[in-house]
Every structure is written in structure tokens, then in C-alpha cells.
Design a protein around this ligand. Sequence first.
Ligand code: HDE
Length: 682
Amino acid sequence: MSNERSVNVNGKQEQLEQYRASDEGQKMTTNQGLKIAEDEFSLKAGERGPTLLEDFHFREKMTHFDHERIPERVVHARGFAAHGEFQVYESLREWTKARFLQDPSVKTPVFVRFSTVAGSRGSAETVRDARGFATKFYTEEGNYDLVGNNIPVFFIQDAIKFPDLIHALKPEPHHEMPQAASAHDTFWDFVANNQESAHMVMWAMSDRAIPRSFRMMEGFGVHTFRLVNEQGKAHFVKFHWKPVLGVHSLVWDEAQKISGKDPDFHRRDLWESIEQGNFPEFELGLQLLPEEDEFKFDFDILDPTKIWPEEDVPVRLVGKMTLNRNVDNVFAETEQVAFHPGHVVPGIDFSNDPLLQGRLFSYTDTQLIRLGGPNFHELPINRPVCPFHNNQRDGYGRQTINKGQVSYHNNSLAGNTPAVSTEAEGGYVHYQEKVEGRKVRARSESFKDHFTQAALFWNSMSFPEKQHIIQALSFELGKVRSKDVQQQVVDMFAHVSLELVTPVAEAIGAIPPASGGSPVTKASPALSQAHTVKKPMTRKVGVIVGQGFDDAEVMSVLDAWKAAGLQPEIIGEKLGQITGTNHTSLEVNHTFLTADSVLFDALCVVSGLAESPMLQKQAARFLQEAYEHYKPVGATREGRPLLEASGVESGPGVVVADQTDEFAASFVEAVAAHRHWDRKLV
Ligand code: HDE
């Protein structure tokens, strides 16, 4: 049984293989297969004459080019994806009958697309924003999509407000500015006048909104869903993805600089990690709640602006996803993939969360315009690995050649096939929740508390995290031109904390609220990144080296770091080889022109720099900036004078040691800590 099912994993790759094409070594043809004799010159009446309409090759090539673009996603336009697989640790049959969650030996193929929300398709990736985290599981019962974000709550409670939120967030329509940024008047005007946004705004102002890497952020299904087992028993569930490398962020100044130095920073990081075999891993977590406990909380579990604190409802880690293959073609795969929260399999069902309910409509609707019609499920990346049959026919881009005269149900001519399945045969039967009520347009009373969990989030932050939120809010509101909007937001966040809002008001010249604050004292330690997993693996260390370096010292440091999983990259004055005093040669990966301090997790200056004042100056600039971004910086014995000359003071995360092995080990430890927030910067 399990062998038969395991075929699925390779099944998706085999299916895609039929569509993968390489033009290498082939003869050029038209789309009709005609061999082309000349591809540089259009057909003209005389060498200097006009081009002829008869030139079918020119017309075909140009027409195709003219139609190469499809509309970008209205939100989440900027994204990057990878293939992988998912396995449960042990059967989840107690909670769900979903077949792909029953057997730990089954590997289910997945395709995951990470994205920013606000920016256009070509925008920078390290902007302050939520990140999309959408997973397509190709299961034997059909595709299941978990279309989540890296923030566990949302700005609004009802889908009908989504167009308003996005209009306010996107560049302002009269001058189309700013790109990929919430720091402008309309977004903050929306926030102040739709105060259900308070909780998510806290997350968006926190370090969560500037992740170090797609590989180092959590994912959340956000809504409450249902798991239903074979016996028909349901549990409410919240889905989590926990990154094995921990949750880590950039600092805001660094994020902004990366936007210029490498706007592709996050996709490059994902791509290179997979190419190097450092496969990103995420554990699937479930928070489960028996249906009887629906009303046991001081919030409504249907309200998507609320979390279930992990200390109250623990997250069970039930499986692991590994991303192990890059795409072959970004357009065909990443751009054409169509996710939908309504793509479910038996054993996974919805709740009445009004945001989720609206999403169930929106995602198919958007694909109809974006992918040009109702046959987008036939695109290779969207095809299920199991067979699919129904009476749907025709439409733009139809690829299946349906045989036979029957395309309706019920019929007798085809023996009433394709036939429906009973529940026992795997037919999807919606959970039979009893529902009754009057038709109303209203917000439930239980959805009206907007500030308790915003305060819970604030209370849960460490000191540096709080400082970052204050700075982020001061930055964002500082970019708002309307004094009135600024003041409204200050007054709104006075409901969360005066400790937060008073310095913000002072920074932007608003009136600090005389009273306010929240009565909430509860904190949820799981919300703070201070408590996340800390590992040195895959961190990029910029190693500044010059000609005539000390071979033994440098090579033993590099070897120790590689053994610990760090990725040292050599920065030098020029590309090419540099040679140590004992003739060891090292390839320089970057110069001070092609790289920048912000592109590394840590910087270290080793040796061989004495001869070059230019190199010393540049190295000092890099070290200084890394220091200001709280990154580990260090110097080997030979590099130490340069570190000292750079103005970097000793202190947390500044690593020096006389013994090479001691230095290498302390530096690994400093890198694992991610950032050294207790460093005093003037
Ligand atoms: Fe989406 N969202 N969304 N969203 N969303 C889209 O679908 C929408 C929401 C999310 O990598 C669109 O194919 C509505 C919450 C991700 O392809 C669109 C509402 C969450 C992605 C759409 C929401 C998400 C999208 C645009 C409020 C986290 C990118 C293109 C009711 C749980 C998927 C597309 C990818 C994309 C609608 C709210 C996550 C327009 C109406 C909450 C990760 O259909």
C-alpha cells in the first residue's frame, strides 16, 4: 500500500518531466515545426526596402513576444517558489482522515511559493510587509492548498473589506507611490479608521515583517479550519509551519539598504540554499481544539485577528516539509501556479470565519483573469497527481481531448459516468455543521475587542523587539503627511501601550496621549523571536582577506567554519586568486564593489591586509556597518589591528582570540546568536 502511494512523490516530478523542454542542441523552428533558415533579418523588398507582410516568421515571433505577459497577482505579485516533499511523523488518523496524513512512509510532493504582499512583481524583496507562504500538496486524493502568511492574524475580519484594505495599502493612485511600502497616508488612514487592524499592525511593525530569509520565517494558516476523522468527529485546527533554522530577521536600516544592493535577496537566498543542498525545512504544527471548546476563550475562534496563544493551546509538531528542488522556469511554475484555500481533501474542512469564507470565492475568480480562463488546472504545475474526470468542457486553452459524445450527468449512454463517489469511496462530504440565523450584515459582538491581543503581543516582546516596533512605527508615521492621520494612529495605539505610543508621538511631533494603555498584563513567550531556535548553519560570513595571508591560520579557520555549517565567502580587493605566504591560493568571491556588508550575516577580517591602504579603508567601512547592524564581527590574530583601527569597539559579538581554534569556535557561537542586541551603539 505505502509503496504504491510513495509513487506520488516522484509522480509529480515525472508528470512535470513530460512538459520540461530543453532547446539546447536543437534546430530552430516556427511553432508549426518549420525549420527556420534566417532569424536575424526580416523579409524585405530589397536590402533597404520595407518589410513584407508575408514574413510569417517575423509575425509569429513578434506576436508571441507582444503577448508574453499576464496580469500580475493583484496581491502577492512578487514571489518565488520551490518544489519539495512532506511527510508526517506519525499517523494523524485520530484527527483527520486525509490520506496524505496517515502514513509516515508516504512522501507527498509539494510546491511552495513565498511572496511579499504589497509590491509589484519587480519590487524589492526585503521591504516591510507580511510574507505569503503558500503550499500546494499534490496528494493522491487531489491537491490540498494551505495558503498562509508568515503572520498568524490578518488586518480585517470580513472579506468584504479586502479590496478597501488593499487599495489603501497599494501605491496611492494619483501618483503611484510608494512602491511596496505601507509608510504612506492611505494605509495609515485605513488603519486608524478600521481598528480591527490593530493586532496585525503590531506584527507588521515588528521584526517579523523583515525576515532574514524565507527559510527563517514561520508560516500560519491564519484561519480556524476543521479536521474531520473517519468517524466524523471534528476538531478545530490552526496550522503552523515552524522553520528548523529558527525565526530570524533583518534590521530595518539593513533591509532598506539590501533593497538597493540586492533587490532579489530572498529569492537568491532560497535558490542558492537549494542549489548547495542546504534544503530548507519546516515542521508542520497543529493547534487542535475539540468542538466542545469553541466558546472557552475570551476571543472568538472564528475571528482571524486573533491567535490561540501557544501556551493555552500547544502546537503539536506532526510532520516535516523539505524543499529540495528549484524550479526550471519561473513563469511556467511560480507565476502560473494557482493556489486556493478551497482546494481541500476529505478530512480537512472550513470554519465560518468570514474572512476565509470570502477567500473561498476570490481565488478562482482571480485566476480566471490572471491565467486567462477556466482551464488553469490543466497547466502542468497545477495538475493533480491523481486522475481527474468530470463533464466540464471547452474554454480558453483547453488541453484535454475529451473523447465520446457524453458530457452531462445523469446519462445512460456512458453508464452514468463519470460517477460520483460515496464518502466511503473518498467522495468529499462537507462537514454537516448545523447553521441557523437571520440574514444580517453585522459584526458579531464577540469580534469587537481589537486591542487585547495587540497588547498581548506588545507584552510578549523582548526589549530590543519593543525598540524596533517603536522605531518602525515612528518611521512609518513619519512618512505620513497628514498630521490628522498621524494623531489618529497615535490615539489608536494608546489602547495598546503608552510605553509604545509616547516615544512614537514624540518622534513624529504628535501629541502624546495623556492617558490610556491596556489593562492586559498577559504575555505569550512563544511570540518573541528572542526564544527562537539559534543555529549557525547556512549563515554567510564575509571573510576579508588580502595577498600574503597567513596560510595556516586562514585555512584552519575556514575549515572549522565549514565543518560547523557556516558559509564563508572571500572578499578581496580584486577578483581572481590571492596567495598566502606559504603559497596556498584562495579564490576571491566578491570585491568591495560587488558585495556589501549588508549581504552577509557576519564579517571577519583575517590577514594579508597590511600592504593595501585601500583594502584597509574598505574593510573598515564593511566592519563598521556590520557592527551597527548588531552582526558578529571578528578578527584573527593578524587581522586584529585592522578591526581595532576600524573603530569597532570590543563588546558583545565582537570576536577576537589569540588561538586560532578558539577564535573559530567563538565566532561560530557568535554567528549562531544571530544578532547582538546588547551591543551599545551611540
Ligand atoms: Fe489572499 N489573495 N486574500 N490572503 N493570498 C491572493 O490570489 C484574498 C488572505 C495569500 O503565492 C490572490 O492567486 C482575499 C489571507 C497568499 O500565489 C487573491 C482575502 C491570507 C497569496 C487573494 C485574502 C492570504 C494570496 C491574488 C480576504 C493568509 C499568494 C492572486 C478575504 C492566510 C498565493 C491569487 C501565491 C493571493 C484574495 C486574505 C494569503 C486576489 C479576498 C488572510 C499567500 O485571490
